[in-house]
Design a protein around this ligand. Structure first.
Ligand SMILES: *Cc1c(COP(=O)(O)O)cnc(C)c1O
Length: 255
């Protein structure tokens, strides 16, 4: 392991972060524990975008947390270079074709969650070192159909990307499907209804599995405001930022 120039933990900050992570973890365990059919707890990806490396170091060191999510390629490259090499990074930001090779060259990148087209899968596959473990990918599905959101369309579009990854990308492992979903549907579900976006992602998973003859794709869905609802609807991977790290500062750099 390299020595990393990450600032020594501020005890007050450490206390806040550890408390927040533990609270989210126990909320996850409570909801997941209500469903006896699930052998594993959902994975908690702590979304650290725009937060300092010292925050990540605290959760890594004092809580043993390993899965962190980042949205901006350059920020991820910088953090991955300074922080311990056994962190399991998730790229959850909008994926551009011209950034795929940079991403794939991060050895401890655990997953790219935002693959939405064959071309991007091809670029990730081409750039991934064949001596490394396969790069996990989630296909991002635009379940809400909003113009502002990326993602393959639910249905055959998603099946086509999945088929390409399975058949043509030996350096990639299709781990599952991911959605962000609309805020309106998340709010509606907070009133006790099912979240339509989560339902659509689950249906798309069943379609992909039956068309390709595979099983047990994961579902990445649920953020700070709705991760418990997402788990009730089958999420295996929640991406939680602000309730752990606090509100984010405005973004000032481009990456
Ligand atoms: C920022 C982000 C999150 C975390 O959002 P919070 O509401 O802060 O939990 C999750 N998923 C994606 C894709 C994000 O961009």
């Amino acid at each position: 392991m390299t020595s990393h120039p990450v600032a020594v933990a501020d005890p007050d900050r450490a206390k806040i972060l550890l408390q927040a992570l533990s609270s989210v973890s126990s909320r996850i365990a409570t909801v997941a524990g209500q469903d006896q059919s699930k052998p594993h707890l959902p994975r908690l990806v702590a979304v650290s975008k725009l937060k300092p490396a010292s925050d990540i170091q605290i959760l890594y060191e004092y809580a043993g947390h390993r899965h962190f999510g980042e949205n901006y390629v350059q920020e991820l490259v910088d953090k991955a270079g300074h922080l311990p090499r056994d962190i399991q990074w998730h790229f959850i930001g909008s994926l551009q074709s011209n950034k795929c090779a940079t991403l794939a060259s991060i050895p401890n990148l655990f997953a790219v969650e935002t693959v939405d087209a064959v071309k991007k899968a091809r670029k990730l596959n081409e750039a991934r070192n064949e001596d490394w473990q396969k790069l996990n990918v989630f296909i991002q599905v635009n379940t809400s159909g909003e113009e502002s959101k990326s993602g393959a369309a639910p249905g055959e579009d998603t099946v086509d990307v999945a088929r390409y990854i399975m058949n043509e990308c030996p350096r990639l492992n299709l781990l599952g499907l991911m959605t962000i979903g609309s805020i309106a549907r998340s709010n509606a579900a907070a009133g006790g209804e099912q979240n339509e976006d989560f339902t659509t992602l689950l249906e798309t998973k069943h379609l992909v599995e039956s068309e390709l003859g595979i099983k047990e794709l994961e579902l990445s869905m649920g953020m700070s405001q709705d991760f418990e609802d997402a788990i009730r609807q089958g999420s295996t991977n929640v991406r939680v930022g602000s309730v752990i790290f606090g509100a984010r500062p405005p973004r000032t750099t481009t990456a």
